[in-house]
Ligand binder design. Sequence first.
Ligand SMILES: Cc1ncc(COP(=O)(O)O)c(C=O)c1O
Length: 411
Amino acid sequence: MHETISREFEQLDADDALASLRSEFDLHGTIYFDGNSLGPLPNRARQRIDDVVSRDWARGLIRSWNDNDWISLPRRVGAKLAPLLGAAPDEVIVGDSTSVCLFKLTAAALKCQERRKIITDEVNFPTDLYVLSGLQALLGNDIEIVRVPRHEIAAAIDADTALATLTHIDYKTAHMMDMKAVNDAAHAHGALVLWDLSHSAGAVNLRLAETNTDLAIGCTYKYLNGGPGAPAFCFVGTHLQKKLNPMLRGWMGHATPFALSPDYEPAPGIQSFACGTPEVLALSTVDASLDVFRNVVMDVVREKAVRMSELFIELVDTHCGRFGMEVASPRNAAERGSHVALRHEEGYAIMQALIARNIIGDFRAPDLMRFGFAPLYQRYTDISTTVKALYTIMETREWDCPEYRRRALVT
Ligand SMILES: Cc1ncc(COP(=O)(O)O)c(C=O)c1O
């Protein structure tokens, strides 16, 4: 690769308005393209965990539920996340896993609709499909689940549709749906839409209120850097909060949890979607991680991510196309989320060879290598270094060894 390219990328880094945010993260010289799977550790999160463990838990003990307001963490973290989703502070709550949040909101939506048909994306993330199949098993076979290609979703929603459950940005190809168009199409038929925003939150500029979004869920451990297994969020639009009745009922969603009444009475608003005791350590980590975004304008983040992914695609086409490496993501940036998937039949081994060089992306079966663009901590020069390494790995067949072919449990 030309020296001029390296110089051009160095200049882009020198001019980058987000460059100073890199020091918020603990990367130890690793080139990290896997924020679409697990964001890196923000230094603030490490500090917060230390404080919560050694001070609030060790010394405060049970008093910290009140003295450190642990009890309201799900709402406080939800309110902090809300601006990144284009939502109001009292439309978001954080707690439980993405899968559980999906169950909560799907069950509540089905209960409030007379209809029984659910439209979903045929290549939806497996957990999203499994949750639907569990609900079908629970509620009976008159629940109809229709799996539709992503491009045909809006047209498939009809007057029998109760709910469409969709992933905004596809976890494999990064194909991004037009939320407003789908919401409008669904609403015209009286259907609701539930969006999985796991690959969207912290990556693209979401406008849930402006697009009349009904329901959304998503994880906080990818682009929001909340930590491994960090709790997920539930968004319920204000217009639905009085209509929806939680089906996964727990005491933290009760109007007066410490009255310990045997009778269920939902808390008002989004709090009714809480369930059990808040995950204090994990929520504290997410809370601190969100502070990294405090003065960040999401349009600026998206603009840099698009620029980075365009440059990456251009370099891969030029230098790696000859080795049979194909771009599997949409080439139109407006239809692409924040990662780029490259297809190659030896993708797994190639990715292991890259990881051995301390350049980390991931792999999704059968043949996709994913590279996530997260402008808060990546440099433009990371792209040129990575494509140079990819080229060498292909040119010298560095990937072609048994060690890199051995599949680990987590890919
Ligand atoms: C679109 C999508 N939904 C859900 C999940 C995971 O759900 P959970 O947080 O419950 O493991 C992922 C994980 O990568 C995902 O990509």
